[in-house]
Design a protein around this ligand. Sequence first.
Ligand SMILES: Nc1ncnc2c1ncn2[C@@H]1O[C@H](COP(=O)(O)OP(=O)(O)OP(=O)(O)O)[C@@H](O)[C@H]1O
Ligand SMILES: [Mg+2]
Length: 430
Amino acid sequence: MQNSTTIRCTMCGRRIKVQSQLDMPIFDPNTGFAVCKSCVKEINRYIEEDEQNTSAKTKRDFNANLGNLLAKNKPHVIKEYLDEFIIKQERAKKILSVAAYNHYKRMKYDMDHEGGEEEIDKSNVIIIGPTGSGKTAMISHLSKLLDIPFAVTDSSSLTEAGFVGSDVEIAVRNLYYAAGQNVEKAEHGIIYLDEFDKIARKSGENNSITADPGHEGVQQGLLKMLEGSVVEFTARGQRKHPEAPTIKVDTKNILFICGGAFVGIEKVIAQRLKKDNINIGFGAEVSAKEDDEKKFDELIHQVRPEDLMKYGILPEVIGRLPVICTLETLDENSLRKILTEPKNAPVKQYQKLLAMDNVELEFEENALLAVAKKAIERKTGARSLKGIIEDVMLDVMFELPKSDVKRKVIVTEDCIEKNSPPEVVQLEKN
Ligand SMILES: Nc1ncnc2c1ncn2[C@@H]1O[C@H](COP(=O)(O)OP(=O)(O)OP(=O)(O)O)[C@@H](O)[C@H]1O
Ligand SMILES: [Mg+2]
């Protein structure tokens, strides 16, 4: 664009004296297509207004639906749903059902008493349990039932603002994307902060002074977000710079669930109980391994905020996570059940897959027990079950589709323990 030429705006038809590109922000010298500054402003205003209208509508819709959501999802209904997928963890399922119900009740109360002074406190949850015991699975099913957006963010990837890595706002940004970039939907979703124990402040007790100070900063950064504040972040792929457009999300009605294995927390609990002279007596008749497990389960349910504090979570953070939910270790029997009982049980899934190739799949009871046993050895809870079955099924899944004949695959104990290939029985002649 030359200095001070006159160009006609294609939209309003006015001739504009153009001194800088800002006077005619859109201009194509080849076609002469041009849009002047005031037309661009007008378009922007129109878009903004439209977006505001849609956002107000989504909000109205959600609020209208809230009563519905509450009437449909009473705690016992939520628990029944979780029972379909999650084995054991009765107490945790109950706690979570009540917490979710209360969370939406609180929102309704707020809405019905808008402008009122009294508010019901948020029921953010901290969930503690060994790896592969169902923490993430439980919450993901919960969000599906409630039909609300849900995003998992790994706390160990978060850093204090200014450090290399992602700021705590990332957790809200992930939810915003899980909500299809809809701010209003995101504002009623669930954020799951996984590996929450990894941002525990390294206390003098079990760590050297070289432990990084960033973790405390992350916890500080989370404080406001947990309580409810407007969080601002840039779109994905956008560099953070002062002029970059930002998205604002209010976390007031977002349910935060912080989960972690908190390895070693049972020792902290035992220490406290010992100090308080509380007898934790365990029967001497059980084997050492069983004893350990039993001990863990009995202790973990007695966790108190001060234990978490000792573990390295800031008291202010614990104060904003009023609901403590604990999960037990899954024993062999529970792992065996997980293989076949949940709606999405791994064996059921393989049966569906093979049925598509005209193949029946049978796991003998001893094979199932062997899988559970193997999983116990791997010490990753239910997490390793799928992998163990997958190892056995790989060759079967590769070979079977070669023919269309109706067959039956039988997995025995030996397939699991000695890696022998499963037996294939032909059910009809080819
Ligand atoms: N109690 C359970 N009932 C049914 N399935 C379970 C249970 N616990 C775990 N699983 C299954 O095992 C897998 C791993 O579980 P999940 O991801 O929930 O573990 P986690 O407790 O979040 O572990 P981590 O601390 O390692 O994140 C999932 O596929 C889940 O479906
Ligand atoms: Mg998990």
